[in-house]
Design a protein around this ligand. Structure first.
Ligand SMILES: [Zn+2]
Length: 366
């Protein structure tokens, strides 16, 4: 956590190229020029030979859908796309909006700041379960959660997530205790602000469900990148919890996910990319973006034997029920943590401050 670029820290970037963006925090302009498009980069996956080019766009959907979970702040591929380019390419193929998801203080601030300016973006913010152990160890977890609580009050922040438990990455009991503490605290934040909860669940289905039942789930619960089978799907169906399917559902070896689709009511289905990860078949392993979501929608429609446009309409309606509407005019909120800060201006300068362990660098298999 020590090498991250912290937008709240005093910046030594005294260049005045952003001066007009940083001189005041009471502007209503929708200026996006002050936001660095990438504050993370995807780690190179050792030992794999990835094709680093973006796949071609799919045929456009007739009825538009939303990407329930993406990370546009992460640079990936040979020529990382700016978030506006991602959104433009998505719009062109019938992906009309995204939920941009933060995983720590830096990326949560970024997500809230972009949502405040960009009509096609709503934000989810959280401390990811893979970030919680180190923060707890350094005594910073409570302060980080307090910032999430503060950001949760911003108008276009619509979910707390991704939060949950990740037993794949964390085995020590101290680490798992930290994850659980962060998860419970963030469930409480979601309930306090009346926001949806986006859950990260990796190899932890039972404890996630037990925690939700013990402390009481928020009204809207979404299992992001749903990775369970029929059993977890049945629990979701019973409780009215949403299952958001990523590109993994298109993978040949993901029979359990397609079985889960069969037992979930259509009213609980959502779709997402989790970009830049989990690129759908036939482009698995290449950089992902919201514009590739139609591959996943079509694969689900194909499996369910339903019409793509019917399914798209259902998915959009489900999404708006969970997060509300993207239509409201974006605003630069008073107290926007980004508005008064100097933000580096070079779109692709990552400044050699890449984190060693981004939680998403988990390869492409579930
Ligand atoms: Zn994610």
């Amino acid at each position: 956590m020590t090498e991250q670029r912290d937008p709240t820290a005093s910046s030594n970037n005294s260049s005045d190229q952003n001066a007009s963006d940083t001189s005041s925090n009471d502007t209503n302009s929708l200026d996006t020029g002050s936001i660095d498009p990438h504050v993370r980069a995807r780690a190179i996956m050792e030992g794999t030979e990835r094709d680093l080019s973006y796949p071609p766009s799919p045929e456009a959907l007739v009825v538009a859908v939303y990407d329930n979970h993406t990370h546009l702040e992460i640079a990936d591929g040979e020529n990382p796309m700016h978030y506006r380019e991602h959104l433009d390419r998505a719009s062109a193929v019938g992906v009309r909006g995204v939920v941009q998801v933060g995983t720590d203080v830096l990326t949560s601030r970024w997500s809230a700041a972009v949502a405040a300016r960009e009509p096609r973006v709503l934000a989810a913010i959280a401390i990811h379960p893979n970030e919680a152990p180190a923060l707890a160890e350094s005594g910073e977890l409570d302060a980080a959660l307090a910032i999430i609580d503060e950001l949760a009050a911003q108008p276009r922040v619509v979910a707390i997530g991704e939060t949950g438990l990740d037993y794949y990455r964390t085995e020590s009991s101290a680490g798992r205790d930290a994850q659980l503490a962060a998860f419970e605290a963030q469930i409480a934040i979601a309930k306090k602000h009346g926001l949806a909860l986006q859950i990260h669940d990796r190899d932890a289905h039972d404890d996630i469900v037990a925690t939700l039942l013990r402390v009481g789930a928020p009204e809207k619960v979404v299992f992001h990148c749903f990775s369970g089978g029929v059993e977890l799907a049945s629990v979701c169906a019973e409780r009215g919890w949403y299952a958001s399917f990523a590109g993994t559902v298109t993978f040949k070896n993901a029979r359990n996910l397609r079985d889960a689709l069969d037992v979930l009511p259509r009213s609980l289905l959502l779709v997402e990319t989790d970009a830049p990860f989990l690129t759908p078949h036939p482009y698995r392993g290449r950089p992902n973006g919201p514009y590739l979501l139609p591959f996943t929608v079509r694969a689900i429609a194909d499996h369910l034997g339903t019409d793509v446009s019917m399914l798209s309409a259902q998915l959009s309606s489900n999404t708006e029920l969970v997060y509300g509407s993207w239509d409201a005019e974006p605003v630069v909120a008073p107290g926007d943590p980004w508005a008064a800060q100097e933000v580096p201006g070079d779109p692709h300068n990552l400044g050699g401050v890449l984190p060693e362990h981004y939680p998403g660098e988990r390869g492409v298999s579930t």
